[in-house]
Design a protein around this ligand. Structure first.
Ligand code: 57M
Length: 358
């Protein structure tokens, strides 16, 4: 909104021409979301405590988690508010992709909020049933996929890293791909959010990676030089990703070990879905699988653990998701967290390296 107002002034005062630049507005979005989440954090923590919005710790979890009982949760409300303000201020609100991204973020945020709320009112770690959660998530993802599929300027093709030029048109199957990307990433981030800052860090790094990728995909000259799909208008997602980065940075100040605040499903479900949606809209689905490799590993660890237990009555890991396995190996929580962050930074660098290896 401010973008439209301020840029319009460039005819009288040339200084305001700077608001035309996506990079400038992305930096403003990062700083706006960071300042809001950082300075509102203490107030939100206190309000959540007053409202008894606190985490119930499952009995069957690692012993050291017992002391986390009572930590305020649903900090995702702070994250979503920070992102919303920053995007509404600095993004071009006539941009189609911005509204699809906001729809996914808000839709999944609502599902996560309902889940957290039910856990609170039922005073246990159950929430929405898996069936209802999946149904609502697929519905929101279906709306986003249909908006994209029916947009005449948006192609239903799938790009592959390393193999330039191979971009099959999936036709109506593309709708299933979009739903899979959004719902899959949402649940993968949700599973990963099991240690202080363990999800927040990789979300921050992934959003930062896609902040750059969106800029590249939306710039016809750079996209053709790098031989990546040019997606007209997707450059505005640079501002959306910048807001994700800023909000995650401010939230991490309070979510880092020992956490004063958890994001809850309100945060993990919506942030994951938003990353999945951005990856689809910038046509970089495989790069999300690379930079978000930690989310993939965490999800696969659960799949393999459950399958192994069902088939062989034996566990592969001491406990899944895999972050608990290392905890039970005796790694201190901060050691698991920071090592997983280091892995994510390496994966982000690997994702960037594929841009030239075409
Ligand atoms: C999402 N939620 C955390 C917090 C956060 C199928 C099975 C693998 C499902 C999985 C599960 O329940 N996943 C739910 C993970 C929970 O965090 C809350 O949830 C929000 C994210 N959705 O924002 O509000 C706990 O994680 C800890 N935490 C922190 N710091 C943070 O910043 O310490 C979270 C954020 C919090 C807190 O303790 O209470 C969670 O772990 O539930 N189940 C599991 O992950 C369980 N694994 C398991 O059952 N493994 C089995 C089978 C099913 C694979 C096995 O290995 O045999 C583990 N989680 C728990 N207890 N709580 C282990 C048992």
């Amino acid at each position: 909104m401010l973008y439209t107002l301020l840029y319009a002034l460039h005819t009288q005062y040339s200084f305001f021409n700077v608001f035309r630049y996506i990079t400038f507005r992305a930096i403003l979005a990062i700083l706006t979301a960071l300042v809001i989440s950082f300075f509102l954090g203490p107030w939100v923590i206190q309000r959540l405590k007053d409202l008894q919005v606190k985490q119930y710790i499952r009995e069957d979890g690692p012993k050291n988690h017992r002391e986390k009982e009572g930590t305020p949760t649903m900090g995702g409300t702070l994250i979503l508010f920070s992102i919303g303000v920053a995007v509404l201020l600095w993004a071009d609100l006539t941009n189609f992709f911005i509204w699809v991204a906001l729809l996914v973020l808000a839709g999944f945020g609502g599902i996560g909020f309902a889940d957290d709320y039910l856990k609170l009112t039922r005073r246990n770690s159950k929430g929405l049933s898996m069936k209802h959660k999946m149904l609502f998530q697929v519905l929101v993802a279906l709306v986003a996929s249909l908006l994209l599929y029916r947009n005449p300027t948006f192609k239903s093709t799938l790009a592959f890293p390393f193999i330039k030029g191979m971009m099959p048109d999936l036709g109506a199957l593309y709708i299933l791909l979009v739903i899979f990307m959004i719902v899959g990433t949402s649940n993968a981030v949700n599973l990963t959010d099991g240690l202080d800052g363990l999800a927040t860090g990789p979300v921050l790094i992934s959003a930062g990676t896609f902040m750059v990728l969106a800029y590249l995909a939306g710039n016809v000259k750079i996209a053709s030089y790098l031989q990546i799909p040019y997606v007209s208008g997707s450059g505005e997602l640079t501002i959306f990703c910048g807001a994700l980065v800023g909000a995650a940075m401010g939230f991490l100040w309070y979510n880092t070990y020992p956490a004063q605040l958890f994001m809850g499903d309100t945060g993990s479900v919506s942030l994951g879905a938003a990353l999945g949606a951005v990856a689809v809209m910038t046509k970089q689905e495989f790069l999300l699988a690379i930079v978000g490799g930690l989310f993939v590993i965490e999800t696969l660890s659960v799949i393999f653990q459950v399958a192994s237990y069902k088939l062989r009555k034996k566990r592969i890991f001491r406990m899944a998701p895999i972050h608990h396995h290392f905890e039970l190996l005796g790694w201190a929580e901060p050691k698991v967290i920071v090592r997983f962050w280091i892995i994510t930074v390496c994966l982000a660098l690997l994702a960037f390296s594929t841009l030239k290896l075409r």
